[in-house]
Design a protein around this ligand. Structure first.
Ligand SMILES: Nc1ncnc2c1ncn2[C@@H]1O[C@H](COP(=O)(O)OP(=O)(O)O)[C@@H](O)[C@H]1O
Ligand SMILES: [Mg+2]
Length: 154
């Protein structure tokens, strides 16, 4: 499978969200995006930018008890999965239905649902470098996602 790595240096939350919005612009539905990074790295902030780019006006936040939230975008839905509070990784919340659906699925703490993840996906790792500085690693797996990242960064 084709893989590739690129790093974007973000200097603010707005910058991170602008990158997510640019990515949203290239999505056509059916993509899976996984987001890793420590608490406070900026995963949910990234999802907020993604949502805005998909035409979602509802506020996206980190659900306290809900693992999956669905938002209606202008073209297709966005499924926001935050697996942080998942009790046990075998707890089946019907992930496949979302992952293989027509919407875009974005997953925080994907490590916790590793067995459900498709091989082809865009993995993003956000690393805290300072108060407002982040390194955002784009790690596409599969040809479709390699192409997607190249388009976003073009
Ligand atoms: N460059 C940046 N990118 C993303 N978030 C940033 C950045 N700089 C500061 N922040 C702040 O860091 C926090 C990230 O929180 P959040 O997105 O909830 O993280 P996570 O979902 O990874 O736990 C927010 O308060 C955000 O405003
Ligand atoms: Mg979060």
């Amino acid at each position: 499978m084709q893989t590739y790595e690129h790093v974007v240096y973000s200097h603010s939350v707005g910058h991170t969200q602008a990158l997510a919005e640019a990515l949203a612009d290239k999505l056509t539905g059916g993509e899976v995006i996984t987001l890793s990074g420590d608490l406070g790295a900026g995963k949910t902030s990234f999802v907020q930018g993604l949502a805005r780019g998909l035409g979602i006006t509802r506020k996206v936040n980190s659900p306290t008890f809900t693992i999956i939230k669905e938002y209606q975008g202008s073209q297709f839905p966005l499924y926001h999965i935050d697996a942080y509070r998942l009790e046990d990784e075998t707890e089946d919340v019907g992930f496949e239905e979302y992952i293989y659906g027509d919407g875009v699925t974005v997953i925080e703490w994907p490590e916790r649902i590793a067995p459900y993840l498709p091989e082809a996906r865009l993995h993003i790792r956000i690393e805290k470098r300072g108060e407002t500085e982040r390194n955002i690693y784009l790690l596409p797996h599969g040809e479709r996602f390699v192409k997607l990242v190249k388009e976003v960064l073009a």
